[in-house]
Design a protein around this ligand. Structure first.
Ligand SMILES: *Cc1c(COP(=O)(O)O)cnc(C)c1O
Length: 398
């Protein structure tokens, strides 16, 4: 994967994409992060490692996922609209692509203990799943409140053999779980800390993007087969931290004719005070170890984010996305709770596919765009909606 000219997705030596990225970490973590960086530099070029990763994606995760032509959406919007079916992966979303890559890497580094934090539990479930498969000990930190809200995922993780530890400080949600996981890592430098999105200190953002790049690598091959060309005109993906978007955009960042649309959750509205539309109202600052765009008040305190969708309920975005949006390479579109709910219902009733609420945000962006008849549009369907059925029933009063 080495390249001669610097790719958009390749950070500089210090882990910066333009002005965003880097590794803003306590001195106590410096050695851990450098060890990880060295290992990743080695194994990203190691054919045996890469083959093991690709084999597991194929035979365990179920890849390649289909690129499905939606006749209904295409007719409705006057374009050629495809859905990249990440919802069909084992465990129901794209997150397992990254979990497979990082647990394999941890194994190569001689690690036996994996720690992770999770908000809604999707990343925790993916991590616990791969740890069960590869015989690793797994500890997942989760906010006490999130554990109550997401009880089925807590049960899944425990049944898979993971230890789920409640974070009881602060607001008892994702941010506090992250703090606890980092504290554990400082005290147990032999553990492997598995981050679930393109966030955190270098090398995590670049590494997670690379483990998700399989999404766009498959899109290229599939479009060649279906359309006789290997680039779409437009790729649309939702952005929480931004890992499914980074994977869906990865191969196209350097193809300047491909339009990249990053969909953010605007909750009750961009300026409602109840939003997670980071690039719309955020500003540069340090969050979870990297310089990025984040929602903060005038004193630099991180603002509590809000979205109906747990996976998009995050006050920042990964540094690669901050860079892409700031330079105009990607365009951000905000989508509200209600717009995503309506898009979820629409896809369910027209295509028989129940999307995750996160993915429904990407679908809703179609309604805010204009297309030409031959325009090839790929919407990344990051996950399935089983986990959101309660919300759908409540909100539609079914
Ligand atoms: C976690 C999650 C997301 C948001 O995470 P990203 O890192 O932004 O991709 C989106 N969709 C689904 C289905 C998820 O589980």
């Amino acid at each position: 994967m080495s390249v001669l000219t610097k790719k958009f997705t390749e950070p500089d030596e210090l882990g910066f994409f333009g002005e965003f990225g880097g590794a803003f970490i306590p001195e106590l973590l410096r050695a851990n992060v450098e060890e990880l960086d060295a290992a990743f530099r080695t194994f990203r070029q190691d054919e045996t490692f890469l083959n093991e990763y690709r084999e597991l994606l194929k035979h365990y995760v179920g890849r390649p996922t289909p690129l499905y032509f939606s006749e209904k959406l295409s007719a409705q919007h006057g374009a050629r609209i495809y859905l990249k079916r990440e919802d069909l992966n084992h465990t129901g979303a794209h997150k397992i692509n990254n979990a497979v890559g990082q647990v394999l890497l941890a194994k190569r580094m001689g690690k036996t203990n994996i720690i992770a934090e999770t908000g809604a539990g999707q990343h925790g479930v993916a991590t616990a799943t791969v740890c069960a498969l590869l015989g690793m000990n797994c500890t997942v930190y989760m906010g006490e409140i999130d554990m109550k809200r997401q009880a089925p995922n807590v049960q899944r993780m425990r049944f898979l053999g993971a230890e789920v530890v409640a974070a009881t400080s602060g607001s008892k949600t994702l941010k506090d779980a992250t703090n606890e996981a980092i504290r554990h890592w400082i005290n147990h430098p032999d553990a492997y800390y598995l981050i679930g999105s393109v966030v955190g200190p270098h090398p995590y953002p670049a590494m997670v993007a690379e483990f998700q790049a399989i999404i766009s690598q498959e899109i290229k091959i599939q479009l060649q087969e279906l359309e006789g060309r290997n680039t779409p005109d437009t790729v649309i993906a939702c952005v929480g931290g931004g890992s499914n978007a980074a994977g869906a955009f990865y191969e196209f960042y350097d193809e300047e004719n491909v339009e990249l649309i990053a969909v953010e959750a605007s909750g009750l509205g961009v300026h409602s005070g109840h939003t997670a539309a980071t690039s719309a109202i955020g500003s540069p600052g340090v969050l979870h170890g990297s310089m990025t765009l984040l929602m903060q008040d005038e004193f630099g305190q991180v603002t509590e984010p809000y979205s109906i969708s747990a996976g998009l309920d995050y006050p920042g975005i990964g540094p690669l996305h901050a860079h892409a949006i700031q330079t105009g390479r990607a365009k951000a579109i905000p989508v509200t709770d209600q717009e995503s709910l309506d898009a979820a219902m629409h896809l369910t009733r027209t295509e028989g596919i129940i999307p995750a609420l996160e993915s429904a945000h990407a679908l809703a962006a179609l309604n805010k765009m204009t297309f030409t008849k031959d325009q090839i549009v790929v919407v990344n369907l990051s996950g399935r909606g089983d986990k959101d059925l309660n919300t759908y029933f409540e909100r539609f009063e079914l």
